[in-house]
Design a protein around this ligand. Structure first.
Ligand code: BGC
Length: 429
């Protein structure tokens, strides 16, 4: 037996988002999207896992398992159901949630935007509208005023890169499903502007609070021919956001897999030209995005290549998280880093334990090298609504019977809870 010991005060958490768990988020753009017959969403979110109602027992369960942090979301569409009208009863609700998280012995990490927009914001163009960053800032101020004295960790936006790539370039089936490179770039600018305004508001109202973003990051690999495409994708999905977040209090890293771009050698120079000449880029990139969207909507197709994959069709690569954390440390030396999501969709809980163990084993040496990794948050606490895939993807440490809303603790929850409680990972040799 050997053991890996983590630094005192290491944060061990689990994560959820509002829309994926609360249920009945009917004022949001996603709600309409799920019910439209022309979108590839497999089933609507409906009541989800009724976390809005069961947050008390859910957070108590996580605290008892041994976690000391809980990352969860508040929902803009509930808090401001119409432009300029803030619902105090909803803010009061979230105050109770924060109190429950603290009672359970956990530090709350609060996500302010996790993919969903109020319908009225979406109707104005969502992240393409020049007004949205300031509207977001106003909403964030209300939340921080209402909850600020009890919350020390804020996340302004979850995975802005995914929102832009998915919703505005159209490479993932996400609303508003616009297409085109210009929309992609505009949404990137809008998301960055919103984050900056929100961060400044949080720091003004609560100077001691920490503000950051969860960045969707991949371990990228390519052959020679795929190199220009890799650099282009990584720049627009990750680097623009990481650069904009250099003054944040921490960098949140969400990593699930490794992304491989292998192209025939002649494609190297060709794609370098295509991606650097605006007119060509505008024609070619949306077509590639359509192909990516088609592939993502059918994980079964991805399974056929013999590579070990998760339910999502993603390459099995728990160690990818060490590569992404290392990259952040190289780009922003000394900046505190939190793994804000790492997890696996699988119907076999033994695989989940393996995934956690291999991810944590890969991360541990980074701490010894002096990389300021402050914590590890697993996605997800519970099985929940996995966006376009509905409820079929099982990411939870805790299973949920959605008929009875009963929570069933999986062995992986006890495994990670024990690591959290003892601050060490025991490895059988
Ligand atoms: C998101 C989660 C999602 C998870 C698994 C992340 O992109 O933040 O909302 O459920 O990945 O796909």
């Amino acid at each position: 037996m050997s053991e890996l010991v983590y630094p005192d005060g290491f944060l061990w958490g689990t994560a959820t988002s509002a829309h994926q768990t609360e249920g009945g988020n009917s004022n949001s753009d996603w709600w309409d999207w799920e019910l439209r017959p022309d979108t590839p969403t497999r089933e609507p979110s409906g009541k989800a896992i009724e976390h809005y109602r069961h947050y008390g027992r859910d957070t108590a369960m996580l605290g008892e398992l041994g976690f000391n942090m809980y990352r969860f979301g508040v929902e803009w569409a509930r808090i401001e159901p119409e432009e300029g009208r803030f619902d105090e009863s909803v803010l009061e609700h979230y105050r109770r949630v924060v109190a429950a998280v603290r009672r359970a012995g956990m530090e709350p990490l609060l996500t302010l935007h996790h993919f969903t927009l109020p319908k009225w914001v979406a109707a104005q163009g969502g992240w393409l509208s020049d007004r949205t960053p300031a509207l977001f800032e106003r909403y964030v101020r209300r939340v921080v005023e209402a909850l600020g004295d009890r919350v020390d960790w804020y996340m302004t936006i979850n995975e802005p890169g995914v929102v832009a790539f998915g919703g505005y370039l159209g490479a993932i089936p996400f609303p508003p499903a616009t297409r085109g490179v210009d929309n992609w770039r505009r949404s990137i600018a809008g998301l960055i502007a919103a984050h900056r305004l929100a961060r400044a508001a949080i720091k003004e109202l609560r100077p001691a609070a920490r503000a950051g973003v969860a960045h969707s990051m991949q371990e990228w690999v390519s052959n020679w021919g795929g190199r220009p495409a890799l650099e282009y994708s990584r720049r627009l999905n990750e680097d623009v956001f990481l650069a904009a977040c250099k003054d944040d209090d921490y960098i949140g890293v969400n990593t699930y897999t490794r992304q491989r771009i292998d192209l025939p050698a002649p494609m190297g120079p060709i794609s370098r030209v295509v991606l650097s000449v605006g007119a060509l880029e505008r024609r070619v990139v949306p077509r590639v995005a359509e192909r990516i969207a088609a592939a993502a909507s059918d994980p079964e197709l991805l399974m056929r290549d013999g590579v070990r994959r998760t339910q999502m069709g993603w390459e099995w690569r728990p160690q990818a998280v060490a590569a992404t954390v290392r990259r952040v440390a190289e780009l922003h030396p000394g900046k505190p880093i939190l793994v804000t999501e790492h997890g696996v969709a699988t119907a076999n809980d033994e695989e989940r334990i393996e995934f956690i163990r291999d991810g944590l084993t890969a991360l541990h040496p980074l701490i010894g090298e002096g990389i300021p990794l402050r914590g590890y948050i697993h996605w997800s606490a519970f099985d929940n609504f996995e966006w376009a895939y509905g409820y079929q993807m099982l990411f939870g440490l805790i299973a949920v019977d959605r008929k009875t809303q009963e929570r069933i603790i999986r062995p992986s929850a006890r495994f990670l809870g024990e690591i959290a409680r003892t601050n060490r990972l025991v490895i059988a040799e």
